[in-house]
Structures are given as C-alpha cells and as structure tokens.
Design a protein around this ligand. Structure first.
Ligand SMILES: Cc1cc2nc3c(=O)[nH]c(=O)nc-3n(C[C@H](O)[C@H](O)[C@H](O)COP(=O)(O)OP(=O)(O)OC[C@H]3O[C@@H](n4cnc5c(N)ncnc54)[C@H](O)[C@@H]3O)c2cc1C
Length: 304
C-alpha cells in the first residue's frame, strides 16, 4: 500500500512528487500520457515562471520532470478510471485493469480544453480543428487560420500562429478581450492578425477537411474561409473521478483551499483542478508542495 498516490504529472503533480520523495513517503506518480508533463507542454513560451524566463512550455515541463526523476520519484504510466473509498484507504482502478491501494491521494489531474458544441465541431476535430497551436501550428505554414477565444491562451496562440500562417483571424464573442494588457498590445502590433469582435461561431464547414467557420455578428451570419481553426475558449476540470467522493463547485472544480484539503479525508487537490483564482504553473507547483504537507499531517495523525 502506498502512502501517497499522485494522479497527474503536470506541474502540480511533479512538484508533489519532489516534496513527497524528500519527505521520505512511499509515493508514486500515475500519469496517463507517455512521459506527460501536463498542459504547459502546449505553450510556446513561458515568461512568468520565476527564474526560468522565456522557456518554451515543453522545455519547462521536461525540466520539472527531470527534477522529480533526479530526486528519485517513482512514476507509472497509468490512467485512473475509478477511485473507490475504503476504510482509511483508497482503491484506484487503472484503464488496463490494475488495482492500486493507497492511504492518501494527491489529485492533480488538471483541466481539459472546452469545446463549443456547435455543428461540425466533432466532425472536423483533428481535420482542421485543433486545441494546440504549438503542436499543430506548423501544418498551417502560409495558410489562413482562425483562433477562437479572447483570453491569454487565445491571444498567445494567435501571436504564435502569426509567425507561421499567412493570416490569422482572432474571433471573440465579446467587444473586448479578457487577455492581459501585454498580449493585447502585442496583438495590435501584429499586422497579419485581424480581430473580429462580437463574433459567435455557429458552424464549421468543409468536405474531407475543414474549410470555413460560420459565425453570427450583430444578428447576421458571416463566414470566413480558413484552413484551420484553433479553439481557445477555456477549460473544464478533470474532476469526474471525484464525483460523489469530494465536493466540487458548480463548474466542477474540486473545492479545496491552498492546503489542498478536500471534503474527502485523505484526498488532497492540487493545481488547476481545484477552486482558485489563478490557474498557472507557479500556483500549481505551490499546491503540489502544500498537498504533501497536508498528506504528511494526515498520515501522522492516523498513525498516532
Ligand atoms: C496553451 C497554454 C499556455 C499556457 N501558458 C502558461 C504560461 O505562460 N504561464 C503559466 O504559468 N501557465 C500557463 N498555462 C497554464 C498551465 O499550463 C497550467 O496552470 C498548469 O499546467 C496546471 O498544472 P496542473 O499540474 O494542475 O495540471 P495539468 O498541467 O493539466 O496536468 C494534469 C495531468 O494529469 C493527467 N491526468 C488527467 N487525468 C488523469 C487520469 N485519470 N489518470 C492519470 N493521469 C491523468 C494529464 O494527462 C496531465 O498530464 C498555459 C496553459 C496552456 C494550455
């Protein structure tokens, strides 16, 4: 039986892995993606993580993982599909049929990208519709693309794609962006990015592959011919495994404070999956460390 099982090897999980190893806990990190480092791998450049200015998100994630490996953290590639509460322990079921028993869980499963739920979206996913500019942008060299969204991710994606594509449309349903001022200023300075405000997408069109996005603007339907669309309209938490076990808010985020303490004894939530104001690498890493402190306190209370 493990002392701690960490679900997810994004920044929160990897930070927890470092702290758990140094606390000499019998811990393992379970990650469903091969050598995964979480969402940050999708970022072209990270300028706000202290001490590592200007790293690509991919390199930052690799550094985090190598750090955890260097201190001797244990990893297993496994997707958890069910968590079963037992008396003073949890039984975790993996997608390939294994059972893993643990006294505590640090739940760091992060978030996944939100979809629009409009006509043509599922049909053209991976056939012109992508969630990751850094992963798929190179396919659109010299072509026309649209980015949908108005937050930091959408504007970062548009800037990244402006260096590859001939033209980038940035479609946002509101009159102004939510993204930070630095990104908004950079967008204004970029000649091949055209901002389309008050645009509410309602269909993706094409034959074999995507060829256009339709949207409503001021009550009228308009269409843009594009080779690719990048969706950047926010995220939803990967918290379904905790349904009926730990309390979640109306958006599905696991209710926990900065110590990661949830309504379920022995389950601690770290990173983007928990309720918080700022979902970033620095707060995810802090959560991972704090959760180990909480797990240690819980374990020693049980042993005394
Ligand atoms: C395009 C983009 C750009 C960004 N840019 C920045 C930036 O510049 N600066 C910044 O600070 N932040 C940035 N962020 C946000 C940052 O990536 C997140 O805040 C951070 O990755 C959250 O870390 P996390 O460990 O909580 O979750 P995640 O990174 O989401 O990691 C969760 C991990 O859990 C795994 N997992 C999920 N479910 C299971 C399961 N059932 N079993 C096993 N494994 C599972 C996933 O595969 C994943 O590896 C960006 C995000 C994106 C998408």
């Amino acid at each position: 039986m493990y002392d701690v099982v960490i679900i997810g090897s994004g920044p929160a999980g990897l930070s927890a892995a470092v702290y758990a190893k140094r606390a000499d806990l019998n811990a393992v990190v379970l990650e469903k993606e091969y050598l995964g480092t979480g969402q940050i791998a999708e970022s072209s450049r990270v300028d706000n993580y202290l001490g590592l200015y200007g790293e690509s998100g991919y390199d930052l994630g690799e550094k985090f993982r190598r750090h955890a490996e260097a201190v001797g953290a244990a990893f297993r590639e496994a997707e958890i599909v069910k968590i079963i509460p037992r008396k003073e322990s949890y039984l975790l079921k993996t997608a390939d049929g294994q059972d893993i028993l643990t006294r505590t869980v640090i739940y760091a499963a992060g978030t996944k990208r939100r979809q629009l739920g409009i006509k043509g979206e599922s049909e053209f996913l991976s056939k012109g519709i992508s969630f990751c500019a850094v992963c798929d942008g190179a396919f659109y060299a010299g072509k026309k693309v649209a980015v949908i969204g108005g937050g930091d991710t959408a504007l970062s994606d548009a800037l990244y794609l402006s260096g590859i594509a001939k033209k980038v449309y940035l479609l946002h349903r509101r009159e102004q962006f939510r993204a930070n001022a630095a990104l908004q200023n950079a967008i204004k300075r970029t000649a091949n990015v055209e901002c389309v405000f008050n645009a509410v997408p309602n269909a993706f069109l094409g034959a074999e592959k995507l060829s256009a996005v339709n949207f409503l603007r001021n009550g009228a339907e308009e269409s843009l011919t594009v080779d690719g669309v990048f969706l950047a309209i926010g995220s939803v938490p990967n918290s379904g495994l905790l349904a009926g076990i730990a309390d979640r808010d109306e958006d599905g985020y696991v209710i926990a404070d900065e110590n990661g303490i949830t309504s379920a004894a022995g389950i601690f939530a770290a990173g983007d999956v928990r309720t918080k104001r700022l979902r970033q690498v620095i707060t995810a890493a802090a959560d991972g460390a704090n959760c180990v402190g909480s797990a240690r306190a819980y374990l020693s209370q049980k042993r005394s």
